[in-house]
Write a protein that binds this ligand. Structure first.
Ligand SMILES: Nc1nc2c(ncn2[C@@H]2O[C@H](COP(=O)(O)OP(=O)(O)O)[C@@H](O)[C@H]2O)c(=O)[nH]1
Ligand SMILES: [Mg+2]
Ligand SMILES: [Zn+2]
Length: 307
């Protein structure tokens, strides 16, 4: 590495332009060099400083990624979202209207990418947090074996367990628009200045306030990535047999099935469908697994066309 090159971290990205931070903590705008280079928040990159101070530094190389978190876009293409995550914090809340199927797919995607995950239950100060429809969802995650942290972004003390969990980790907050990701970011990183938005009073629906994905250092340790909310989420393409690895309560029972290639649909001697019938596996979670299997089968031809 010449003295005109240095290592840096991508802390925010907008297509071909990124904001990087070097080892001294200095932040600067940089542009990707060459069409084939791509990087996302969390990437470790090499930047080349310009000869003339008024020129923009270039990102000339991206270091191998420890993990890559991605999604499938509406056209069936894989879109990388963040690199080098160690923990995916899937935020749910009683408001706006929760869609636990989206949360399930995020949790599954973390497992596929080799990233640990935690369910963060926000807005515990609201009455809706104690309504049976909502506590059932939270209980389903506990029952499936997920770590669950309940808190309120409006109550600093309640956020302490998440602050402790984040120490030493690269954490990304994901979830529907309006669940409180940016509010939690402001709690954990008071200098982040993330914009938050009130839910629309008439519809109680979340709207997208956060437009960029950005990484911040938590003063007590760890790094936090805030991301824009989503209407939907699907992980990158998987083979049928891999889909179940995103459901810990299914994965742990699969070895008891009669057939070792059991997909837990209508096969005889299936330990998973037996556990659904006996109530050990939540029917909604099992339904969610079958939905992702179908989504993946529908996406497969889209991927095939793009090869
Ligand atoms: N009552 C309550 N409201 C919250 C809490 N966290 C966030 N909100 C509100 O929910 C709305 C959406 O929050 P925001 O952080 O923008 O959500 P994001 O879209 O996930 O980033 C804002 O009006 C916040 O003030 C909480 O713990 N309790
Ligand atoms: Mg936000
Ligand atoms: Zn089975």
């Amino acid at each position: 590495m010449s003295n005109k090159e240095r290592e840096a971290r991508v802390v925010e990205s907008f297509g071909r332009r990124v904001i990087v931070e070097d080892a001294t903590g200095q932040r600067m705008l940089a542009e990707l060099f060459g069409k084939r280079l791509g990087c996302v928040c969390g990437d470790v990159v090499r930047i080349r400083l310009p000869v003339h101070a008024h020129d923009t530094p270039r990102v000339v190389a991206v270091a191998p990624r420890k993990t890559l978190f991605a999604r499938t876009d509406s056209r069936g293409r894989t879109e990388p979202l963040a690199a080098n995550l160690t923990l995916l914090a899937v935020v749910i809340a009683p408001e706006p209207e929760p869609d636990p199927f989206i949360a399930d797919r995020y949790l599954a995607a973390a497992a596929y990418a080799g990233i640990a995950s935690v369910v963060v239950v926000n807005k515990c100060d609201l009455a809706g947090a104690h309504a049976p429809e909502f506590t059932k969802i939270v209980d389903e995650y506990r029952g499936a074996g997920y770590e669950v942290i309940q808190l309120s972004a409006h109550d600093s003390a309640s956020v302490q367990p998440l602050r402790e969990r984040a120490r030493g980790e690269v954490v990304m907050l994901v979830g529907q628009s309006g669940v409180g990701k940016s509010s939690l970011t402001n709690q954990l990183v008071p200098t982040s200045g993330r914009a938050t938005r009130a839910l629309s009073e008439s519809t109680r629906e979340g709207r997208h306030t956060t437009v960029s994905t950005a990484l911040f250092r938590i003063p007590s340790g760890g790094e936090l990535i805030d991301s824009p909310g989503v209407r939907d989420y699907a992980p990158p393409l998987l083979e049928d047999a891999e889909v179940q690895t995103g459901w810990p309560e299914i994965r742990s029972r699969a070895s008891a099935c009669r057939f070792n290639n059991c997909l837990h649909l209508r096969e005889p001697g299936c330990a998973v469908t037996a556990a659904v019938e006996s109530g050990e596996i939540a029917p909604r979670r099992y339904e969610s697994y079958k939905r992702l299997l179908n989504i993946m089968r529908e996406l497969a031809p889209e991927y095939a066309r793009r090869r």
